[in-house]
Design a protein around this ligand. Structure first.
Ligand SMILES: Cc1ncc(COP(=O)(O)O)c(C=O)c1O
Length: 372
């Protein structure tokens, strides 16, 4: 085939470091896999049952683009409760949280518009932005991974269209302080910048109640989903809520792209909202404690308050050097350069069984000293 058939934009997209680890895992014998950001618990039984029942009831066709009324009504009731003053807030059911982010950026960015993201960032953000014709502008948050509002102010230009914030965050597990989110919400309002808040790890906050910048700015667009909270990563269900006019534009675009989120999964999602996942969250909090207490004296580590990630500094070499050595020792982790302009750290996902975590800790403690 002809090389010119492949679009220019694809030259800037490399296979994700995470997918490479995923492929490698398939070739290693019994690896200790702490690389994938995917819950290790099964989908709760009532949710599985609801999906099977939806198939058997022949609910397999297209749904309305905005999502089935049963799921929308539950989500809207919850939004009215959380944001009683946001009369203009509407919701769209999307194909995963990522589906919502793609639609929002395609509906808002003009060529050359800048979008501020915080480094380290979720691996997909720069691609979503460039795909939509925008320019990612990164703000470095090392070593504590805290947002410095004065740096954000300094990064804003006449081309800044949006800021993406992600708390609890991937890859660091850091939860933004409520006062930082409030300051960001106010700054965005004052400068008429669209604030996009990716809240897909909202359920996993271990030390303080979850806080959203939408509490302080009624125009914040929020992206949420079922992947992480209910272990439904492969089912592709998310939702987005924000100003009605933007949600309308996104709905229009969804109609001509994804069409709708998977029908049977939407019925399962309505049941998921009734499920109590507090035991799962408590178990993940325990895993966080297990791994942080085992590694904190061996690695430079900003204490993670949520999600299921740790982002320690490589104790020697670059992030890539260190991860290559870990893989030679049968441990799969991700080099920090996958999520950052720096290649100094690495990501651990602790969404794994306790026995896997203990095996991982043993290897990581051994590797904290540079091998001779
Ligand atoms: C920060 C963040 N946002 C969005 C997503 C995508 O989630 P979904 O599976 O709902 O598309 C992920 C998945 O890893 C993530 O870590």
């Amino acid at each position: 085939m002809h090389d010119r058939w492949i679009a220019e934009r694809m030259r800037h997209i490399e296979v994700s470091g995470i997918r490479k680890a995923f492929d490698l895992a398939a070739s290693l014998k019994d690896p200790v896999n702490l690389s994938i950001g995917q819950p290790d618990f099964p989908v709760p039984a009532p949710i599985k049952q609801a999906a099977k029942a939806a198939i058997d009831a022949d609910k397999n066709g297209y749904t309305v683009t905005q999502g089935i009324p049963e799921l929308r009504a539950k989500l809207l009731a919850e939004l009215r409760r959380r944001y009683p003053a946001h009369s203009d807030r509407d919701v769209l059911i999307t194909s995963g949280t990522s589906g919502g982010l793609v639609l929002a950026l395609l509906c808002t960015l003009n060529p050359g518009d800048e979008v501020v993201i915080f480094d380290p960032y979720f691996v997909m953000y720069p691609h979503f932005i460039t795909m939509a014709g925008g320019v990612p502008v990164t703000i470095d948050t090392y070593p504590e991974f805290r947002i410095d509002i004065s740096k954000v102010r300094a990064a804003l230009t006449s081309r800044t269209k949006a800021i993406i914030v992600n708390s609890p965050g991937n890859p660091t597990g850091i939860v933004c302080r409520a006062d930082t989110l409030r300051a960001l919400a106010h700054l965005a309002k004052e400068r008429k910048i669209l604030l996009l808040s990716d809240e897909v790890y909202r359920a996993f906050c271990y030390d303080a109640p979850f806080a959203s910048p939408a509490q302080d700015n009624d125009e914040v667009v929020v992206f949420d989903g079922f992947s992480k909270a209910y272990g439904m990563t492969g089912w592709r269900l998310g939702y987005c809520h924000g100003p009605r006019r933007l949600i309308e534009e996104m709905t229009k675009l969804q109609q001509f792209t994804y069409v709708c989120a998977p029908s049977i999964v939407q019925y399962a999602g309505a049941v998921a909202l009734e499920c109590d996942i507090s035991a799962i969250v408590a178990d993940y909090k325990h895993k966080r404690e297990l791994i942080v207490s085992a590694l904190k004296d061996h690695y430079e580590l900003a204490a993670p308050g949520g999600a299921f990630y740790l982002f320690p500094k490589a104790p020697w070499g670059t992030g890539t050097d260190f991860v290559s050595e870990a893989i030679r020792n049968n441990l799969l982790i991700i080099p920090g350069g996958t999520f950052s302009k720096r290649d100094t750290h690495f990501r651990i996902s602790y969404a794994a069984s306790d026995s896997t975590l203990e095996r991982g800790v043993e290897i990581l403690r051994r590797l904290s000293k540079r091998p001779a």
